[in-house]
Design a protein around this ligand. Structure first.
Ligand SMILES: *Cc1c(COP(=O)(O)O)cnc(C)c1O
Length: 371
């Protein structure tokens, strides 16, 4: 074991091993079992949703959410230009075409004003995906009301925002459907996993049906092209143990991001990630923005040499190879964020002395001033 400080790693200090052992003992390890059901109930309750359906990962959750709201091949789907590739990939998996709309400076999330303009210009839009970036919420009410006016379904990609609030309600309560990821680098993990939550019974049924090969009953009868997208009980057992400690792990990340925020308040040559008034964020990945890509890359190299994992965050999707032919509506915000945002170690298991080391290293980098 080296004592490198990791970026965002699983924090398995709860009953994970106990629950996993129980799955093995009771022979529930595959795509059915009490832990899957309990995990679904836990997430439904957390998000005040009537239904939750567990999936193998967050990308699959998005794919099924898009299909369930009726996105068809050839439809357009509006996606923020600054998000993880999975958001756009899920659109393409439906045979639909992403239209990239810029994010706002104040929250680094989908710009409602531009969304409204985009919906005037682009026809055939089957859905809008609002992404909650970096552990805080997009402006869900503003986006949702525009979607409602235009008769388009809104999906909230809350992959990295479990435990965060939009105003007073939980992230994952926005839009017709919301999705989560329980990947290893998220606030809570199931090893791998995802969840679709909704209040609409038909949508929940459709997602559940498509996630298990669109099988009718227990015979080999099928009524659609389905997917093998169900979460396994082993993953759910891990996820369930994590969910029990969600509040504690969110509080740890919030304290970490609070300390970073204070430490860099008057640091020159950087901007701290936004903390929009409309959201109580979790500090999933605390990030700083630099004036140039070169400086961001130099900081990452500097930290890496100091035994600290840091990473340049998302890049504008519209200019990347798979998407360069897609339409977009941009104002330069995602372009400015692209390559210039650096995420710092934010694991809930990061201790105060490790964090002090990170802060000290960033400060020494800034003091060099030879950039
Ligand atoms: C992590 C993430 C996903 C994908 O989730 P996986 O579980 O890795 O498939 C989708 N969207 C966003 C915004 C994410 O951060």
């Amino acid at each position: 074991m080296t004592n490198r400080i990791p970026l965002s790693v699983p924090d398995l200090r709860g009953r994970e091993a106990e629950y996993l052992a129980r799955c093995v003992r009771e022979n529930w390890v595959s795509s059915a079992g009490p832990e899957v059901t309990a995990m679904e109930a836990g997430i439904a309750s957390l998000t005040d949703r009537r239904f939750a359906v567990a999936t193998v990962n967050g990308t699959a959750a998005l794919h099924l959410a898009l299909l369930a709201v009726g996105v068809r091949p050839g439809d357009r789907v509006i996606v923020p230009d600054w998000t993880f590739a999975a958001t756009a990939n899920a659109v393409a998996h439906c045979g639909a075409i992403p239209v990239f709309v810029d994010v706002r400076e104040e929250d680094w999330a989908l710009d409602p004003e531009l969304l409204s303009e985009a919906l005037k210009i682009f026809g055939g839009v089957g859905a809008v995906i609002a992404v909650d970036p970096l552990g805080h919420a997009a402006d869900l009410d503003a986006i949702e009301s525009i979607c409602r006016t235009n008769g388009v379904a809104m999906i909230e990609d809350a992959a990295g925002a479990i435990g965060a609030l939009y105003r007073k309600r939980p992230c994952g309560s926005g839009g017709v459907v919301s999705t989560f990821s329980f990947n290893g680098n998220k606030t809570i993990t199931a090893g791998g996993g995802g969840m679709v939550v909704t209040d609409d019974e038909d949508i929940a049924e459709k997602v559940r049906h498509l996630s298990t090969q669109a099988r009718l009953g227990s015979d080999y009868l099928h009524d659609a092209v389905g997917f093998n997208y169900r979460m396994t009980n082993l993953n759910a057992a891990l996820g369930l143990a994590q969910l029990e400690r969600l509040d504690e792990m969110v509080a740890a990340r919030q304290a970490i991001s609070e300390r970073y925020d204070k430490a860099f308040r008057s640091a020159p040559g950087l901007a701290r990630m936004p903390r929009p008034k409309h959201s109580t964020g979790t500090g999933w990945l605390y990030s700083l923005q630099f004036e140039s890509e070169q400086k961001a890359v130099k900081l990452v190299d500097w930290l890496n040499e100091d035994g600290i994992d840091a990473r340049v965050f998302w890049r504008s999707l519209s200019v990347q190879k798979p998407w360069s032919g897609c339409s977009s509506m941009l104002r330069g915000v995602s372009a400015a964020l692209s390559g210039t945002v650096v995420s710092l170690p934010s694991s809930s298991s990061l201790d105060a002395s490790e964090q002090a080391k990170v802060i000290n290293s960033v400060k020494r980098f800034l003091a060099k001033g030879d950039l």
